[in-house]
Design a protein. Sequence first.
Length: 349
Amino acid sequence: MITVVGGGPAGCYTAYLLARAGQRVRVLEEHKEIGNPVQCTGIVTQAILKYIKPHAVVNRVSKAELHSQHKKLAVKLAKPNLVLNRAALDKQIATMAQKAGAEVLLSTKAKSILPKHKGYSIETNKGRMITDIIVGADGPLSMVASELGLHKSTVFFKTKQGIYQRKNQNIVEFYLLEGGFGWVVPEGPEIVRAGIATLNEPFKAYKIFSNRLKLNNCLRYQGGLIPMFSLIGKRQQSSAFLVGDAAGFVKATTGGGIVQALESARCCTNSILHGSLLPCTKLISELTLHRIAYSLLHRHSQDELIGMLSQPTTRRVLEQSSRDSFIRMAFKLAIAQPMLMKFLYRKSL
């Protein structure tokens, strides 16, 4: 028996892949409904199509703007980004898992975990459950990680997002802010998702951001924690694994983690089925570069950096590349604009 703790995309996709491979799998979801509460903006690149074809696409966006304090860079994306209904996406993946043979137990909260000679004893609000393998997909404050001494995120972006009635030109806006970032994502012609992620004082940062953009007519608010990726800590040991936010698999530059959650589920499945000792090597390399890029972005002049990215050669790379293939994009940027690397090196001294 394999038990997945957490019924979000990472957990349910892991369950789907394992059940499809003939494994006995159950998912423990503490909420009474898959997909709620929503704590995610829900914009992804088309890299998601390598894993699933989401039914819950509410908008496609081909234009983006990157803002610093005084400068703006506009790009036209070669492949449109997809804006998703996150609750519907989660339900879609959970349904896939169930159809493949996984059991999804709602309103079932794992409270503690005790390692046994073979496997684990999980204490839940519905009694004790025994499992051979456990997968922690229970978010940035993972109980599985804490109980079993696995990777534990220690630095978090605090987020606040509002859903607003706001006419727009179907452009994604991304803002470089002190210690974090902000965004405006069009859900439709008259609805946007606008929010911030910051390491400190999210309510103060959100107030400044909403005043700057003159945001009003908020329909509802959302918020949560996004882990800052770190190499420190084990994501697996013996028969215990972490995936998604529980493993800290999130891009430090944008806070995005849906595609990374699905990739980590695939890595986890390969480890369980084939005994891989090098889980998520490519994913970890990508996320490490995102973490380095975040540090550079917030250490140097963002206005000067956007000025350099606005050159025709670098703009073309940004338009044609995916932020979910970050190593490849960074390599192309370095070739297109060698001064960019000199700028980063000079500023780092």
